[in-house]
Design a protein around this ligand. Structure first.
Ligand code: GLN
Length: 304
């Protein structure tokens, strides 16, 4: 038996004493308020047992981690037709990169870069009557936690400084791959990114990607086929131009956000979430990446 609790405790101790904790994102002014000294980690195993250490109960802005949730909802509604609007190849570029979008006629490389998530937001707006409310309800349901909410101050803050996302949305619109109004799509996108969760809530929410599409209460939300595809996209594209490095060092599908959260999955085994607000140069949590690498090394558990 692997002593998960002991591994997590050691990881937190080591993270707390690490001197170089990375740089907190400041291009969304509200995110700059985060405390770099916070570090949380939670693991939920396939028997539903949860192990946590550090600031695992403190909520933070999940940002791009939400792209997996919006993708799963759009995929559930639209099925394989979704892939006419967005690709499934890694971009090898930063999350907010624009030039590929111009060269590839407004079809984003994948749904986990900003441009791809903006197209997914457009799909959801077309399909849902009250998109923000219904998306939030979906997230609350898969997590079995009705307390999960948006942080409106973060959504408003991002709207004021989201120049690159406006550029991406306008470029996509110019190619005809955005069916709704740019402002409406970005309003949804900024809200989705502003979801706040703790590491403990994140592992509950992402449990269905471990458990073949069934949430903790065993309700089926996605088919095994759909979960397989989403986990594949997380592995190849969940960390932008650091996806290769994450697969190389950690060996799990996962997704990061500029709020400093990371969630990673070993199908049929566990869901693991870390939070440390300081980022590395690629916009992924510096200590979170290190912690996940230590976890898979010390537990000898990875998809490889
Ligand atoms: N909301 C952020 C943005 O659009 C999300 C980026 C991220 O978490 N990588 O820039």
């Amino acid at each position: 038996m692997i002593d998960f609790q002991n591994i997590l405790n050691t990881i937190v101790e080591e993270a707390k004493s690490e001197k170089n904790k990375g740089v907190v994102a400041s291009y969304i002014p509200e995110l700059a308020k985060a405390d770099k000294n916070k570090f949380g980690v939670s693991l939920l195993d396939n028997k539903g047992k949860k192990y946590s250490a550090g600031n695992s109960n403190e909520q933070f802005s999940i940002q791009s981690i939400s792209k997996v949730l919006s993708l799963s909802m759009a995929f559930k509604i639209l099925g394989d037709d979704l892939w006419h609007r967005v690709g499934v190849e890694p971009s090898g570029d930063p999350y907010n990169h624009l030039s590929l979008l111009e060269m590839e006629n407004g079809i984003p490389r994948n749904p986990l870069i900003n441009a791809g998530a903006i197209v997914i937001a457009d799909v959801l707006i077309s399909q849902l009557k009250d998109p923000k409310k219904e998306f939030l309800k979906y997230v609350q349901q898969i997590a079995n936690d009705s307390s999960i909410t948006f942080d409106k101050s973060v959504a408003v803050s991002e709207k004021k400084t989201g120049f690159r996302n406006y550029a991406a949305a306008n470029l996509i619109k110019s190619f005809g791959n955005l069916h709704n109004d740019v402002d409406e799509v970005l309003d949804f996108y900024f809200h989705q990114c502003s979801l706040i969760m703790s590491c403990q809530q994140l592992v509950d929410t992402f449990y269905l990607f471990v458990n073949r599409g069934n949430c903790l209460q065993n309700h089926a939300y996605l088919s095994l086929q759909q979960v397989k595809r989403i986990n594949a996209i997380m592995l190849t594209s969940g960390f932008y131009d650091e996806a290769g490095e994450f697969a190389f060092k950690v060996g799990l599908p996962g997704k990061s956000g500029v709020g400093g959260g990371i969630v990673a999955i070993l199908p049929d085994k566990f869901c693991l979430a870390t939070w440390s607000p300081g980022l590395n140069k690629k916009g992924n949590s510096k200590l979170g990446m290190q912690a996940l690498e230590k976890f898979t090394t010390r537990s000898n558990l990875s998809i490889f």
